[in-house]
Design a protein around this ligand. Structure first.
Ligand SMILES: CC(C)(COP(=O)(O)OP(=O)(O)OC[C@H]1O[C@@H](n2cnc3c(N)ncnc32)[C@H](O)[C@@H]1OP(=O)(O)O)[C@@H](O)C(=O)NCCC(=O)NCCS
Length: 398
């Protein structure tokens, strides 16, 4: 497929308002301005010291070579400003990997202030996708954003990209390492969107999270009024010690978890997270989730705040979760994994009827260090009360 490209490849893609074309030497001032823009410096690989001369050298040098070998196709985005086309940003297909039946590439975009908020970026991505999936015959595009770069993530979503992975430490912002988000769009996904009326984006489907009500606790969707309690619960030393919550949990972590991670978990069906709230006050007591990593089985995740522990709320929350898992989702197995020696967790699992299956040596990733883990399981139809004698420490109260 890269044979279709080459030195003479000079596509011009346009919808009449926004145009993608190759950079020319005359664009050097705009290219330098793109790289010295503060937002682009913050969120993307931009050279803040780029001069117009260096920009010109890049356009004639590595950018031209990218077109020649077909591996890095950098476009100028132009839009009509005051009746005339002007460069408002740059959009590229990076690491183009063409195969006989398809291939992949990454998408990179940087806008100038004059192009932001005008719809030019969205139109440009539509043109690029048509070129990548149509002309180049690629089958998947990747979009990498740094966690916190809401403008980029939202543009990706509006353009039909779907969050595929959240990768710890895969980005950087302000000179520090940050998490990265990887979005993808497939050729099939694009063609579904392409068949829609112009201007319509993908359906913004908010998953419906069921409400499971008990006497001591209600399981419901998380919302931003839970954020302060969620931060407290996740900063508690027991949560840090026994779970995989991010360290120094912040309101930004809570925001990401409530609005993105848990929503995406419900949308994909991979991780079904509930807030466990006080039925009278709606105060957040903790969270429970089902991690559905294999057909027919899921693992429980749980974290309750210290104020709610020892009250029976966690036990009832998991009972509601188990009813849901076995009766609504029709799962055959629910597993419980605890890092050794998390006796509070193991005791709760024991109370709920989980069978102790054994100890995996070095099989738990404790923030980068192998630790042992206990594995417990409960099958559909098994009683939800202790299945075996308690062999752990005596109750702390007794
Ligand atoms: C695990 C957790 C959800 C359990 O909730 P809880 O409300 O404390 O549960 P319960 O009170 O019903 O049961 C816990 C039992 O463990 C016991 N226990 C707690 N810490 C213990 C310890 N260090 N050694 C021995 N037993 C302990 C409690 O006394 C209680 O037993 P009892 O009812 O016989 O007195 C809660 O402690 C929590 O959120 N912890 C922090 C996060 C976590 O560890 N999550 C689980 C990851 S697998």
């Amino acid at each position: 497929m890269s044979g279709l490209l080459g030195a003479r490849s000079n596509p011009v893609l346009s919808d009449g308002q926004t145009t993608l074309r190759r950079f020319t030497a005359a664009d050097a001032p705009a290219f330098a301005a793109i790289h010295t823009d503060p937002l682009n410096i913050m969120w993307t690989a931009s050279d803040p010291a780029m001069t117009v001369r260096e920009a010109g050298e890049l356009i004639e040098g590595s950018i031209a070579r990218g077109w020649e070998d077909g591996r890095y196709l950098r476009f100028a985005i132009t839009d009509m400003l005051d009746g005339a086309p002007a460069v408002v940003g740059t959009l590229s297909l990076q690491d183009v990997f063409s195969t006989a039946g398809g291939g992949s590439a990454g998408v990179g975009i940087k806008m100038l202030p004059s192009g932001r908020g005008t719809g030019a970026a969205h139109r440009a991505i539509g043109l690029l996708c048509g070129y990548a999936f149509g002309n180049l015959g690629l089958e998947i595009l990747h979009w990498r954003a740094t966690a916190g770069n809401e403008a980029s993530a939202s543009l990706a979503r509006r353009s039909g990209f779907v969050l595929a992975a959240e990768i710890p430490g895969y980005g950087h912002v302000d000179g520090t390492v940050a998490d990265g988000l990887m979005f993808t769009l497939t050729r099939n996904g694009y063609h579904v969107l392409d068949g829609m009326p112009a201007g319509s984006g993908p359906l913004d489907i908010k998953p419906a999270v069921p409400v499971l009500a008990g006497d001591r606790v209600v399981l419901r969707a998380l919302n931003m009024s839970d954020a302060p309690d969620l931060v407290d619960n996740c900063r508690h030393p027991d949560a840090v010690r026994w779970t995989t919550v991010p360290l120094d949990y912040s309101m930004a972590d809570a925001d990401l978890y409530i609005n993105k991670i848990s929503v995406e978990g419900w949308r994909t069906g991979r991780t079904l997270t509930f807030a466990a709230a006080d039925p009278d006050t709606d105060e957040l007591l903790g969270t429970v989730d089902l991690q559905c990593n294999a057909p027919g089985a899921a693992a429980v995740g749980i974290n309750f705040g210290p104020h709610a522990r020892g009250t029976g709320a966690a036990e009832e929350a998991v009972r509601l979760l188990l009813d849901y898992a076995f009766d609504q989702l029709n799962l055959a197995w629910v597993h419980w994994i605890a890092m050794v020696p998390n006796w509070a967790s193991r005791k709760l699992a024991w109370k709920l009827g989980f069978h102790y299956d054994g100890q995996g040596r070095g099989d738990y990733n404790d923030r980068g260090t192998p630790a042992d883990r206990w594995l417990l399981s409960l099958a559909a139809g098994e009683p939800r009360n202790p299945a075996q004698p308690w062999t752990g420490p005596a109750p702390r109260s007794g």
